[in-house]
Ligand binder design. Structure first.
Ligand code: H91
Length: 649
């Protein structure tokens, strides 16, 4: 497994998970040479199974589609077991969250976004593709507040052109065109227009035109094509919605006619421009110069290498330099990158120590890669990793599981939730004129040397492990906090023993229960892995978290934060903790973050999201940051609203 990460970690520092799709995990990462942020979609080939063609489709489409409103592909790494897709990072998150935070958008704001959507879709269609899964969850907001279309896994490029019929029924039911759900052959572009109609309705109304918990009823509603018209919709909004949400695909407006539809042209007085502003046949002079200087080769040979568009590390370096340039940053690669980086022992830790890499990744927001291709134009493969596998093996052999279970002995502070009067929940209201506040980048803060203190007092086996790993990782500074002998994520606020057990069980994934053993596939190294996780976590300088006792994280107001006038973070936390089991939500508490999950009757995880109690400034209020990681966006919206309105916050 470790070898799978080798190539990735040579070029990127992995940070936290920002999302999870059906079969993929998406992580934030930093491109070492440019220090630019990227999103990495990580897929395990074996677990992909039947979905493998979907990934191939997505990669092919993203290689062919290059447009200012389509998420940019930088790099594809395929290893024995994994596929990594490295893409443009969009810090504004999903358009869906933006809509729900604002309830709905004004017609003016909806127009700004919808023009970009039409531009992207017209371009996609012009290239012979149909997207087939258009919805606000698949539109991300970048740092310039522009939309980027993602998720091309369901897209189709009919061999005979876009006017050829398709038969596969795919996409999300609420956005699916009537002809599609009837199982008829359909034209991809026509089905996309319907989905865009549903999307525009969601932008303008904040809810779906066709919605029902019961699938059959939902289908019936879609086939009838009748939707309610809220009073705030203008006549032109109603007109465009009616033209897009035509049950008969032949009567539906085409993308060509949308481009200069009165609703889209209003306030702009020009049609939507769908042409790409990223022509692949033009290379940027400055970026090529920097690359050729850096890799010590001629500009001519660099230009021809880049023009191959292999979506390898060179494509990534070029496109990320271009991204820097377009944001007024210096077109420079980090010449000293190789000195700043230490080779990572993580790969070795994993490869021979039977450790589950996925688990490690999650507790490990920043992993450094190494760079071995400076001064070379053609990149040789080499492994710079330190061999510490023997140490790890020994540690694994010498240690007994019991001593490593971290949280069972913890002392749970018990506080009563206090004053419930004068409680009001207010929303962070972001009108169109507000500054766009990006979700705070969770990039770990670089630790100053004088702040490096012990974080936990290592216990028996952890101690062994600790020393072993430390010996192998001499170049890395260690964060410890001698007065905190329980890992901070277990220092919970008050909740009942029953709930506590439930929460901790989930956190530990093991414990004594047979079922939890089974969940882990009978693996024996559960707690050792965790012990090792913790050690490696400590060894990562940037991972030093604020101790729980210091209170919640201080963040900027952002649109996925609901504020409360409730006085104190612990009380807010307790209130939510009380409500979650009532709403059948399992959770794991990590400091002020509640990692929540819902399951179907069959035990399948249907939804995964986080609620984090945080401290906002100006005004000094407590906020609840929410983030959906997995599951249906509208079901999530209702659930979170329900949780927040049911608790006394
Ligand atoms: N959905 C299908 O939540 C539910 C920040 C964020 C920032 C991103 C860049 C690319 C992608 C996601 C980003 C992202 C999955 C991306 C692109 C493609 C793709 C996938 C993801 C979620 C997964 C996390 C996403 C949003 C969609 C955030 N995400 N916040 N930059 O196929 Cl092409 Cl899965």
């Amino acid at each position: 497994m470790a070898v799978d990460y080798e190539e990735l970690l040579k070029h990127y520092e992995l940070q936290e998970t920002i999302g999870a799709g059906g079969f993929a995990k998406v992580k934030l990462a930093c491109h070492i040479l440019t220090r630019e942020k990227v999103a990495v979609k990580i897929m395990d080939k074996e677990s992909l199974g039947e979905d493998l063609p979907r990934v191939q489709t997505e990669i092919e489409a993203m290689k062919n589609l290059s447009h200012q409103h389509i998420c940019r592909l930088y790099h594809v790494i395929e290893t024995l077991n994994k596929i990594f897709i490295i893409m443009e990072y969009c810090p504004g998150g999903e358009l869906f969250d933006y809509i729900i935070a604002k309830d709905r958008l004004s017609e003016e704001e909806a127009r700004i976004f919808f023009r970009q959507i039409v531009s992207a879709v017209a371009y996609v269609h012009s290239e012979g593709y149909a997207h087939r899964d258009l919805k606000p969850e698949n539109l991300l907001i970048d740092e310039d507040r522009n939309l980027k279309l993602i998720d091309f896994g369901l897209c189709a490029k009919p061999k005979g052109g876009l006017n050829y019929q398709l038969t596969t029924c795919c996409g999300s039911p609420a956005y699916a065109a009537p002809e599609l759900i009837q199982g008829k052959a359909y034209i991809g572009s026509e089905a996309d227009i319907w989905s865009m109609g549903v999307l525009l309705y969601a932008l303008l109304c904040g809810f779906l035109p066709f919605d029902d918990d019961n699938m059959m009823t939902l289908y019936r509603k879609i086939m009838r094509g009748k939707f309610s018209i809220p009073k705030w919709l203008s006549p032109t909004s109603i007109l465009i919605l009616n033209q897009m949400l035509q049950v008969d695909p032949k009567k539906r407006i085409t993308v060509k006619h949308l481009l200069n539809h009165p609703w889209l042209v209003q306030d702009y007085s020009c049609p939507v421009d769908w042409h790409t502003r990223y022509p692949i046949d033009h290379l940027d002079e400055d970026c090529i110069t920097e690359l050729s200087v850096f890799f010590k080769c001629s500009k001519k040979s660099m230009s021809s290498l880049v023009s191959e568009w292999k979506y390898d590390r060179l494509t990534a370096a070029y496109l990320l330099l271009l991204h820097k340039k377009s944001h007024g940053k210096p077109v420079r690669l980090l010449a000293c990158a190789e000195k700043q980086l230490v080779s990572t022992p993580l790969a070795e830790l994993k490869s021979k120590g039977n450790i589950n890499f996925e688990d490690l990744e999650d507790d490990h927001p920043c992993m450094c890669g190494s760079l071995d291709f400076i001064d070379k134009c053609i990149f040789p493969e080499s492994s710079p990793f330190t061999d510490i596998s023997q140490v790890v093996k020994r540690v694994l052999k010498d240690s007994s599981e019991d001593n490593l279970q971290p949280s069972v002995k913890q002392k749970l502070a018990s506080r009563k939730s206090g004053n419930k009067e004068n409680i009001k929940r207010i929303k962070v209201n972001m009108n169109t004129n507000d500054d766009f506040v990006q979700p705070e980048a969770k990039t770990p803060v670089v630790q100053k040397s004088h702040e490096k203190k012990s974080m936990v007092t290592p216990r028996k086996n952890e101690d062994v492990l600790y020393k072993a790993v430390v010996n192998c990782y001499k170049e890395t500074s260690i964060n410890q906090d001698s007065n905190q002998d329980v890992p901070q994520e277990h220092t919970a606020a008050a909740f009942s023993p029953e709930r506590r057990t439930r929460s901790l069980d989930m956190e530990l994934h093991q414990g004594n229960g047979e079922s939890s053993q089974k969940k882990k596939g009978g693996k024996m190294f559960g707690s050792l892995e965790r012990g090792l996780d913790k050690m490696i976590t400590m060894l990562t300088p940037s991972k030093r978290k604020r101790p729980f006792k210091d209170g919640p994280r201080r963040i900027k107001a952002q649109y996925n934060v609901t504020t409360t006038t409730m006085m104190n973070a612990d009380e807010v936390l307790n209130e939510i903790i009380q409500i979650l089991p009532i709403k059948h939500v399992d959770f794991v508490q990590k400091g002020y973050t509640l990692k929540c999950r819902t399951r179907s009757d069959f035990g399948k995880v249907t939804m995964q999201f986080e609620l984090e109690i945080c401290q906002l400034s100006k005004p000094e209020v407590i906020g609840i940051r929410r983030q959906r990681l997995k599951g249906d966006a509208w079901v999530y919206k209702r659930l979170v609203e329900d949780i927040l309105s049911s608790s006394n916050i």
